[in-house]
Design a protein around this ligand. Structure first.
Ligand code: V47
Length: 369
């Protein structure tokens, strides 16, 4: 019996088996296949080669210091203008209280991203990092996307190197992967005209890597973008990884339409999300980790995604309130999971749950029955 009834998939399978790098056309063919099972099996074979049954998770908290933002992205339900009644900016005292609560619940990482708020001085961000680091030296501070770093450099008129040095001296440990959205034009300008362009995002990631810090990378899919846009996005990341090597993890983010300017769109189907996970694993041959972000995928689909190339699940987001991201497929249920629930989710899917720190050192191996 041949590997797939889709001849293109059989050809790509042969390339994957010999470790040959997949082309742009291969990526598009993978998205266009109707043989979901064969695609999943191929991605799973690569995942198992790299990680066996290990599925990583970390105990983290997402913290958004401010929701005030001028960027006006069409996919965002989070940002507010300064005059809106629910606009907020946390002061240092609040931030320390929130971080303290996270530490008490076992968090090893604080994931910090927020709006581009022109009312704040640069010292707000360095003070935030240094206060958090002073109070909770054990907490890894994964903070600020390439879009926020670009804003800091431009708005506060600083050289990239100087800006990064000040943030690192204040306590920055690594950077999250947001703000990448879709790199290719004209899609990027149609969904986030006021964000830095693809080349700037990639260049900044390279500079952060050169400064010795790891970063992640994301892709927002399931809105107006094409399969070609997605494959182009992955290849640009793969090329950058060849150059600077500091990406730890790729996170495909499933678009969640409610309360956004694209709320008329349906968002991705389950099949589309599984295909995207699998194609990410196959195209990004130089990324060690592919993350299933359950907050966007939903818990059930995140479990299936582990069979389609994902080897990491983010994260344990406990408690709601100010730490709950407002854009979430789970928001009608609960945007939180305890460590035990997350371990059960991974084990029920047939994998071995391993707690990691932010840079993928094992913290504790959890035995499965
Ligand atoms: O850049 C915004 C996305 C990102 C919506 O690095 C949306 O470990 C879906 O980057 N529907 C921020 N997605 C979150 C992010 C992230 C998440 C988890 C882990 C990591 C990591 C990074 O969220 C934004 C944007 O692409 N986003 N609005 C929405 N309506």
């Amino acid at each position: 019996m041949s590997f797939s009834h889709d001849p293109k998939l059989s050809d790509i399978c042969a390339k994957v088996k010999t470790g040959e790098r997949l082309s742009f056309d291969d990526g598009v063919a993978l998205f266009n296949t109707n043989d979901l099972n064969a695609l999943g099996k191929l991605a799973d074979s690569v995942r198992r080669q790299k990680h066996g049954r290990t599925t990583y998770f970390n105990v983290n908290r997402h913290f958004n210091p401010t929701n005030v933002c001028y960027v006006d992205c069409k996919f965002c339900g989070f940002f507010r203008t300064p005059r809106q009644p629910d606009a907020y900016t946390h002061n240092i005292e609040d931030s320390l209280r929130i971080a303290g609560q996270a530490v008490k619940e076992g968090a090893t990482e604080l994931h910090i991203t927020g709006g581009l708020n022109t009312k704040l001085p640069f010292s707000y961000f360095t003070d935030l990092l240094s206060s958090l680091k002073k109070q909770y030296p054990q907490l890894h501070l994964k903070a600020f996307t390439m879009v926020e770093l670009d804003h800091f450099a431009r708005f506060y008129k600083m050289e990239d190197g100087d800006m990064l040095r000040q943030l690192i001296d204040a306590g920055l440990d690594s950077c999250p992967g947001g703000g990448a959205e879709i790199f290719r034009e004209p899609t990027r300008s149609m969904i986030c005209a006021h964000k830095c362009d693809a080349q700037r995002w990639l260049d900044l990631a390279g500079k952060v890597h050169a400064a010795g810090l790891k970063t992640n990378a994301t892709m927002l899919y399931g809105h107006i973008e094409s399969f070609e846009d997605r494959v182009d996005h992955m290849i640009r990341l793969r090329d950058q990884q060849d150059k600077s090597g500091g990406f730890q993890c790729f996170i495909p983010l499933a678009f969640y339409p409610p309360e956004t300017q694209m709320s008329h769109l349906p968002g991705p189907t389950g099949v589309d999300s599984l295909k995207t996970m699998a194609v990410s694993r196959l195209m990004l041959d130089n990324f060690a980790h592919i993350k299933a972000y359950w907050v966007m995928l939903g818990k059930q689909l995140a479990q299936v995604a582990l069979h389609f190339g994902a080897n990491d699940v983010d994260g344990t987001i406990t408690e709601g309130g100010e730490l709950t991201e407002s854009y979430s497929v789970e928001s009608n249920n609960e945007v939180k999971m305890t460590k035990t629930e997350l371990i059960n989710l991974i084990e029920e899917a047939g994998f071995e749950a391993v707690e990691r720190d932010t840079v993928y050192n094992r913290i504790e191996k959890v035995a499965i029955a």
